[in-house]
Design a protein around this ligand. Sequence first.
Ligand code: PEP
Ligand code: MN
Length: 337
Amino acid sequence: MLVVMQEGATEKQIQAVIDRMVTAGFTVHRSSGVLHTVLGGVGPADDIDPAEFELLDGVKEARRITSAYKLASRSFRPGGTVVKMDGVEIGGERVVVMAGPCSVESRDQVMRTAEIVARAGAAVIRGGAFKPRSSPYSFQGLGEEGLRLLRAAADANGLKVVSEVMDLTQIPLISSYADMLQVGARNMQNYNLLRALGCQKKPVLLKRGISATIEEMLLSAEYILSEGNYDVVLCERGIRTFENYTRNTMDISAIPVVKKLSHLPIIADPSHGTGRRDKVSPMARAAVAAGADGLIIEVHPDPDHALSDGAQSLLPEQFSALMPQLRMIAHAVGRTI
Ligand code: PEP
Ligand code: MN
């Protein structure tokens, strides 16, 4: 159930409504918007008539949330969520660009990449230290050493860090180096991991599963939100279809669909979305035009010798050429980069 308080409702009135919802068996999640406080009640209370709550002082309206996901639905925070990472905001006016190698491979590789992407205007460096590879014989990542190199390269260039967490035992280690924890496509429905990420404070980048529907992605976000961490950024990274020219089929339409259904920011990953270097820039441009709140792009100083995803990694000069184009598109849709 959703209870929307009147503009200017007092703290006392809000607390009285929360108490009443708790007594009725709801777990209450509070969202304080610019005008209205919204109280999201999650619970088994199907037999409760929202009209009862409309009678309480300070309540504007009360209604059932009909979607399967509750806290992730747009109605919980009509104004949208801005996820803050110490100076970098995702979901605001600025389109945030995250860029870097698929995997952290060496000090030189990650340092060079950080300099290139920072100079071109990225705000966040990406790089995997723990890699979910299709084959157990492929490069699995440098582990903690990779995180250390990534952090050092980011700090030297004024960037934030996003890196993938593959299972819940890695959360403390990765949080000690990264500003944002990435849940990869293969783990979008690892519900124990999602719940554990909901119980900690670092923002989470939740990638769409390889064959997940938009509703399944929002339900996965709900696992994190329902544990109390509302700082979730969704990511469209392409889905598996019958088309095999590209590695995945990049679902650009997921961007406006999610914007309508949810208050959570959504970014796009045109690298995994296409798997082909020459298709990355066109899809990055399309994603910004479609309203993405950010991009995550693989960039490598020597992609032909990359230990993972070289074929989809942009050359430094391609990334530097893309950024001014993205700025123009962002401007055309009322955003900045
Ligand atoms: C990655 O970001 O390198 C990655 C493995 O992405 P995904 O989980 O989307 O395949
Ligand atoms: Mn990759």
